[in-house]
Design a protein around this ligand. Structure first.
Ligand SMILES: Cc1cc2nc3c(=O)[nH]c(=O)nc-3n(C[C@H](O)[C@H](O)[C@H](O)COP(=O)(O)OP(=O)(O)OC[C@H]3O[C@@H](n4cnc5c(N)ncnc54)[C@H](O)[C@@H]3O)c2cc1C
Length: 447
């Protein structure tokens, strides 16, 4: 048994590192137990010939955003890239019709206007929806209310399907009607050409992080907690558990006693998604200038959106996503098979003579035992408060944190950071400033 510490934090992703940093700076002894042989969790940058963010890339809106504040304090270079929220028209996007012809600016503007109209109609329909309704059902109800002709409705239906896929990695029929309520972006979106992993690296500085330490059991009572990894046991006054929903549901990490209904019930209504990134690097750039290319119609059923990362990566690079059914289907495919499938689609748009990619990277978050998907979505029957409810403190000693525990903006790095802050405040029994995690005055109190 290791010497008793004040707090154990399980998981060295952004949630865990934020909590640990704040607690350590408040004078508590803290040990972070991390299963993988690296920190960062779902913020993971591959550094080789190129710097590639395999997990999170975007800050979805820098206005009043603590992650943007931290990034600035840590000197991380940010580049504006405001297409990460699946906006129809925020920046130049080349749309292709179902027949493969490029939409004129006028046609693209009319299409985007229809998307905005439907978004407006949706607000009230979602507010009045049945608790078991899906995002597909509310979208259909909104479409029916427009009176548009069949073809016009089909384009917009397809757009909302793609939005559910890209934003939550799930088909619209499986997502709760309220599943995209948080989908609001304040200010520009940015990405990190130098890698998002600088954020967890800087947060981890000075912390006692034990890598390669998968936690198996968390025993808890009002007197404190005992944590077992495969080879060690730890005692502490409190624990902050930040593992993803998929790990909590897998049984790989168990609680003794089991999580009570107030936490277990919301947990049962959230689910890890299927969402993978596909990066293709080319010898030359053959696609339209702008931020993104989108395909309408049946041809875009799987591969419908490509993001031009050339100005970030220095070489011609497209990013596309396999999401929902597509992500599940390609799970057993090789990277080469995935690339072939994407290229078939790109050739429809740009012709047979476009070059083969020189490098392909396909992420495999679904197969990673420590994430089991990319982030959590709300199943039908879930309500937005399930996120915050998941973090209900137990016996004053057990605190869950992580992206899925933050109602305001779940599934993001912001959510992870804010949930880590909330857990630290609860452990301390007082409000402390989140800025303390990146160098503010540790004595400062939240105003
Ligand atoms: C492909 C992809 C794209 C994304 N895009 C964006 C984006 O553009 N913008 C955005 O804001 N967010 C994005 N996200 C979501 C974002 O990455 C996450 O919401 C956030 O990083 C989650 O942080 P966390 O600390 O809650 O969890 P994690 O980062 O998952 O941290 C949990 C940690 O717990 C560890 N762990 C698991 N099991 C155990 C165990 N038994 N014992 C000990 N440790 C364990 C894990 O290894 C991990 O390090 C994306 C995610 C993915 C995967």
């Amino acid at each position: 048994m290791q010497a008793r510490t004040d707090v154990i934090v399980v998981g060295a992703g952004v949630a865990g590192l934020t909590a640990a940093k704040l607690l350590a700076r408040a004078g508590r002894s803290v040990v972070v137990l991390e299963a993988r042989d690296r920190i960062g969790g779902r913020v993971y940058t591959e550094r080789g010939t190129h710097t590639t963010d395999l997990g999170a890339s975007w800050i979805h809106g820098v206005t009043d955003c603590p992650v943007a504040d931290a990034a600035e304090a840590f000197g991380m270079r940010m580049v504006e890239f405001t297409v990460g929220g699946y906006q129809p028209d925020s920046r130049p996007i080349a749309y292709y019709s179902p027949h493969g012809t490029r939409l004129t600016d006028r046609e693209a503007a009319a299409f985007a206007a229809d998307v905005h109209t439907l978004d407006d109609v949706l607000v009230e329909i979602i507010a009045a929806s049945d608790p078991l309704a899906s995002y597909r059902e509310v979208t259909e109800a909104a479409l029916a209310a427009t009176g548009w002709d069949q073809a016009r409705r089909e384009r917009i239906r397809e757009y909302f399907t793609h939005r559910a896929q890209e934003q939550y990695g799930v088909e619209a029929s499986h997502l709760a009607a309220h599943g995209l309520d948080d989908d609001q972006i304040l200010g520009d979106e940015v990405v990190f050409p130098g890698g998002y992993d600088r954020l967890p690296s800087r947060l981890a500085e000075g912390l006692d992080v034990r890598l390669g330490s998968p936690v198996r059991t968390v025993s808890w009572s009002p007197a404190g907690v005992t944590i077992h990894t495969d080879s060690e046991a730890f005692e502490a006054g409190a624990v902050v558990v930040t593992v993803p929903v998929g790990v909590l549901q897998s049984g790989d990490l168990t609680f003794d006693p089991p999580l009570p209904a107030e936490v277990a019930d919301p947990l049962s209504r959230l689910r890890m998604n299927a969402f993978e990134k596909v990066f293709l690097r080319f010898p030359t750039r053959f696609w339209d200038a702008g931020y993104a290319v989108r395909q309408q119609g049946d041809a875009g059923r799987w591969w419908h959106s490509w993001y031009d990362l050339t100005r970030l990566h220095g070489t011609p690079t497209l990013l596309t996503f396999a999401a929902g059914d597509a992500a599940r289907e390609i799970r057993s495919w090789s990277d080469e098979d995935v690339a072939r499938s994407v290229m078939t689609q790109l050739r429809r748009l740009y012709g047979a003579s476009i070059p083969e990619p020189v490098a392909v990277t396909v992420t495999r978050w679904q197969d990673d035992p420590y994430s089991r998907g990319s982030y959590a979505y709300m199943t039908r029957g879930s309500s937005t408060s399930d996120h915050d409810d998941l973090a209900t403190p137990l016996a004053g000693v057990l605190h869950l944190a992580g992206e899925a525990t933050w109602t305001d903006d779940p599934a993001t790095v912001v959510a992870a950071m804010c949930s880590g802050h909330r857990a630290a405040c609860r452990v301390l029994g007082e409000d402390i400033a989140l800025e303390n995690a990146w160098g503010g005055d540790p004595a400062a109190r939240k105003s």
